[in-house]
Design a protein around this ligand. Structure first.
Ligand code: GDP
Ligand code: GDP
Length: 444
């Protein structure tokens, strides 16, 4: 199922980050979330009414930029916006309608792909402000709603409305045979080099389906009778890549590439310090739920002594702790070092991500884990009573834990259970998600 993408646009200070953070906080119950890891986010996966969508914050988009690099950015972001399924256009009830709002409104109307646009008049914390919203009807968007990103007022209604504009979720993944592999990483880590090296000389460029952008090219790779499609996002590279707005653009392309893939490869440059951009891309990979393989490329450039690799691995794990389930290979696209290990690894990760554990086996492990280390109740609460577990989904594996009254299970205990499940069943390379549900009266 393709996950829809929703973009957040608006002048500075209208409340985009506030809304973004609020929407992401809804997404809880993910066991691999590691507290303390700063993830400088522009994109996040969220859920409303049982449906998931990506939300992307466009940050510093200024459609009014007329010249120079800013104008080109504006054009790029504008073009990228055309690939979104819907746009949340944020304005500020307290400031009232501003020229900048009109500018953005016009830019949105010019988008050739014409995504659905919801105009949200933010900071309507009380009825008093809600009435201020009316002047925004002048912009002429049918869906104009007053909200407060800060306290959540009106947000439910706005999201319900948003859902009516999102595609129900047909599949864009190729029915074609083969494993689809997205190759992600910041500019210059070696994505093109790796792709070319893996496939040899004949670089076959295919796939003209809609949704395939010029920037992500699908390349056929055959290895020992198996077929892979490499989705190379090397095109996400522009001279003005460091400017605001670019992150949104790059994130969108990464999300789109992951959407069409079965396995994600994250490329890191061994010769450079790990950057925020690496972390950001890694967090997009984690959210996609795809099985992931980390390749530390340009290993040939690193002067090695006895412990070089171990030290690097420790540092990498710390910086990308939320991707701790992903295996790491130290490679060189230049010399070919260890490239032969990539295909077998992909095949394994793909198979593991589809693994479905029979409920009986799962519950044997659960019972044993609880016996060995029973959950405790925090802060005067009674310990949660975990009745049983079942795997409700593969790719990524999702295990639901049923408790009598839907009691919360602390993060540390979730991690413990996830670890036990992993030890027993593998799921190598895949994020393992645990969710808690109430068993209800019928739950035993
Ligand atoms: P951005 O620049 O569009 O990302 O805007 P921010 O999210 O940083 O918000 C700008 C300011 O508006 C901050 O001081 C927020 O606390 C405030 N703000 C955001 N949403 C609301 C809201 O619903 N009501 C009120 N009163 N203030 C808000
Ligand atoms: P992309 O932007 O991620 O597609 O990166 P490229 O594939 O264009 O590579 C960027 C630069 O890094 C080029 O000059 C490559 O020759 C170089 N490069 C790529 N892989 C390696 C490697 O494993 N070792 C070394 N030394 N250089 C590499």
């Amino acid at each position: 199922m393709r996950i829809p993408v929703v973009a957040l646009v608006g002048r500075p200070n209208v409340g985009k980050s506030t809304l973004f953070n609020r929407l992401l906080r809804r997404r809880q119950a993910v066991v691999d979330d590691t507290p303390g890891v700063t993830r400088d986010r522009h994109v996040g996966l969220t859920e409303w009414g049982g449906r998931s969508f990506y939300i992307i914050d466009t940050g510093g988009w200024d459609p009014a930029a007329r010249e120079g690099i800013e104008a080109r950015i504006a054009a790029q972001v504008g073009e990228a916006l055309g690939e979104c399924d819907a746009v949340l256009f944020l304005t500020d009830a307290r400031e009232g309608l501003q020229p900048g709002d009109e500018e953005i409104s016009r830019a949105l109307r010019r988008l050739p792909a014409a995504p659905a646009v919801l105009l949200l008049v933010n900071k309507a914390d009380s009825d008093r402000w809600e009435t201020h919203g009316h002047e925004f009807h002048a912009l002429g968007w049918d869906d104009t709603l007053a909200i407060s990103a800060m306290d959540g007022r009106g947000l439910g209604e706005a999201l319900d409305q948003l859902l009516t504009h999102l595609p129900a979720g047909g599949s864009m993944r190729a029915p074609a045979e083969g494993i689809r592999v997205a190759i992600l990483g910041r500019p210059n880590v070696g994505k093109s080099s790796l792709t070319n090296r893996l496939i040899g000389k004949e670089r076959v460029i295919v796939d003209e389906r809609p949704g395939t952008t010029r920037d992500a090219i699908d390349v056929l790779w055959r290895w020992q009778g198996r077929t892979f499609w490499l989705i190379d996002t090397a095109g996400i590279r522009h001279r003005w890549g460091h400017l605001p707005g670019f992150e949104f653009y790059a994130s969108l392309r990464s999300v789109r590439a992951l959407d069409r893939s079965d396995v994600a490869i994250l490329l890191i440059d061994a010769s450079q310090k790990l950057s925020r951009q690496d972390q950001r891309i890694a967090s997009i990979v984690e959210e996609s739920g795809l099985p992931a393989l980390v390749l530390v490329n340009k290993w040939d450039l690193v002067a090695k002594s006895t412990n070089t690799m171990r030290r690097h691995a420790t540092e990498l794990r710390r910086a990308l702790s939320f991707l701790d389930y992903a295996p790491v290979l130290y490679v060189s696209a230049l010399t070919g070092q260890r490239l032969s290990k990539i295909a077998p690894e992909i095949v394994k990760l793909y198979a593991e991500s589809r693994r479905r554990v029979p409920t009986r086996e799962l519950n044997d492990v659960l019972r044993e884990a609880i016996q060995r280390n029973p959950p405790r109740g925090g802060r005067g609460r009674r310990p949660p009573k975990i009745l049983y577990a079942t795997q409700v989904r593969t790719g990524p594996p999702l295990i639901v834990l049923f408790t009598r009254r839907g009691e919360r299970i602390g993060d540390a205990y979730r991690r413990y259970l996830a670890r036990r499940f992993r030890e027993a069943f593998g799921f190598a390379g895949s994020p393992l998600r645990l969710r808690v549900r109430e068993a209800g009266r019928r739950g035993r």
